[in-house]
Design a protein around this ligand. Structure first.
Ligand code: FAS
Ligand code: PHB
Length: 396
């Protein structure tokens, strides 16, 4: 076994997904060096199909991170969103309800690609396929991280550790239990998502409620559709052939949408359970959590990736203040500031999930309340304004 290799940096970032990459890129642009430790290969990370709808705040963060060019050409501006139930499609005019704000459809995969490209162009230090990442002395002024790569052991001495390693990462688990309150909520269903090289069924995202279950029509570009249906947690991918998916998807959509459906072979298919989770708080000593490491939202409100962006906005600003002017209040106020926006986004995502999904254990009374919720949204400009201001993204 070789002797341990010692490295030094300002910020050790655990996780090379959107949160970790955004943070590293923004710090670099302010001459603050960092090292990213990523458990998976780059191909694996880039192969993940996840979020698709971006708030303006996330697009602005991309521009500040120097990766705003491709989305300028390839991102699709959406001025509204569709809500379907009882075989009717309703349009929520996001732009008029929010004084001109919109969302942009641009896959998380593309953002991750843009960020990796930017990090490479600036010689960012990223270790892939690392293992046994361990965080040490977090409650001291001299934390460090140890890890292995290709049998070689490493130690990184740093000023701060950013835990951007997602829900299953090591960072949150490195916080002593008595320093952390975890809030959990899991749903009795998941989303079966497929990617198909077909023209999208609608030119805007459609959220459809149906007694057989929720479905969602989205896209990645004019020849790449992204669709989801609510499925039981007992379901497995082998239970869902493309043919069965298309039949069920068509049944759950209003005719004016499904009549335009062009089916095709799926190029990706996955099932993700729906859950909500918040770690209160996001800071322990010199460790700061950002993104899914600190919270998970049901994707119904399209908030997961967008919350990672606002976390990184707050955390990068706090670290820049610290290194440029020695200010510490941003760092020690980070958790409270981020959690305020996180909890409001969790609220919205849960409200959408409750309103749009079918709960087998619901009583007829609860089902009737769901319908009233949807009808109120469609009938009330105030309800639509609440929906719109949350969907385009609450202010940072
Ligand atoms: P990520 O999970 O993306 O990245 C964390 C990284 O840390 C990963 O690359 C992981 O390999 C790495 N890592 C983990 N443990 C490590 C360790 N010990 N050492 C080193 N590295 C480690 N959001 C939406 O808005 N809409 C959606 O439709 C949507 N769909 C989703 C589907 C799935 C299956 C999942 C899991 C999430 C989905 N999300 C969706 C949420 C998702 O987009 C996240 O919000 C987003 O990936 C958050 O980015 P990160 O915080 O960077 O976490
Ligand atoms: C997506 O395009 O993947 C998507 C869109 C809206 C959501 C969730 C996912 O709420």
């Amino acid at each position: 076994m070789n002797s341990q290799e010692n490295l030094k940096t300002k910020v050790a970032i655990i996780g090379g997904g959107p949160a970790g990459l955004f943070l590293s890129q923004l710090l670099h642009l302010h001459d603050i060096e960092s090292v990213i430790l990523e458990r998976r290969s780059r191909e694996y990370v880039l192969g993940r199909i996840r979020a698709g709808v971006l708030e303006q705040g996330t697009v602005d963060l991309m521009r500040r991170a120097g990766i705003g060019e491709r989305i300028e050409h390839e991102g699709m501006i959406h001025e509204g969103v569709g809500i379907a139930f009882e075989n009717a499609l309703h349009h929520i005019d996001l732009m008029s309800l929010t004084g001109g704000k919109v969302v942009t459809v641009y896959g998380q995969t593309e953002i991750t690609q843009d960020l990796y490209q930017a990090r490479d162009s600036m010689d960012g230090m990223i270790f892939h396929e690392v293992n046994e990442v361990t965080l040490h002395q977090l409650d001291s002024a001299m934390p460090y991280v140890t890890f292995f790569k290709d049998e070689q052991s490493y130690r990184i001495d740093c000023d701060f550790v950013a835990g951007c390693d997602g829900f299953h990462g090591v960072s949150r688990k490195s916080i002593p239990q008595d320093e952390l309150t975890e809030y959990h909520m899991s749903y009795p269903f998941g989303w079966l998502g497929i990617l198909a090289e077909t023209p999208p069924v609608s030119d805007e995202v459609v959220y459809a409620s149906h007694e057989r279950g929720f479905s969602l029509c989205s896209m990645r570009n004019s020849m790449l559709s992204r669709y989801y249906i609510q499925v039981s947690l007992e379901d497995q991918l082998k239970d869902w052939s493309d043919e069965r998916f298309w039949g069920e998807f068509k049944t759950r959509l209003p005719a004016q949408v499904s009549d335009n459906l062009i089916t095709g072979s799926s190029v990706e298919k996955s099932i993700a359970p729906l859950r909500a989770f918040v770690a209160d708080n996001l800071n322990y000593g010199r460790l700061f959590l950002a993104g899914d490491a600190g919270h998970i939202v049901p994707p119904t409100g399209a908030k997961g990736l967008n919350l990672a962006a606002s976390d990184v906005h707050y955390l990068s600003g706090a670290l820049i203040d610290y290194y440029q002017s020695g200010q510490e209040q941003g760092l020690y106020g980070y958790s409270e500031r981020a959690l305020d926006r996180i909890w409001k986004s969790v609220r919205f995502s849960m409200w959408c999930t409750l309103m749009l999904h079918t709960f087998s254990e619901h009583t007829p009374f609860e089902r009737r309340i769901q319908k009233a919720d949807l009808q109120y949204l469609i009938d009330s400009p105030s309800a639509q304004k609440m929906f719109a201001e949350n969907y385009i993204g609450l202010p940072y």
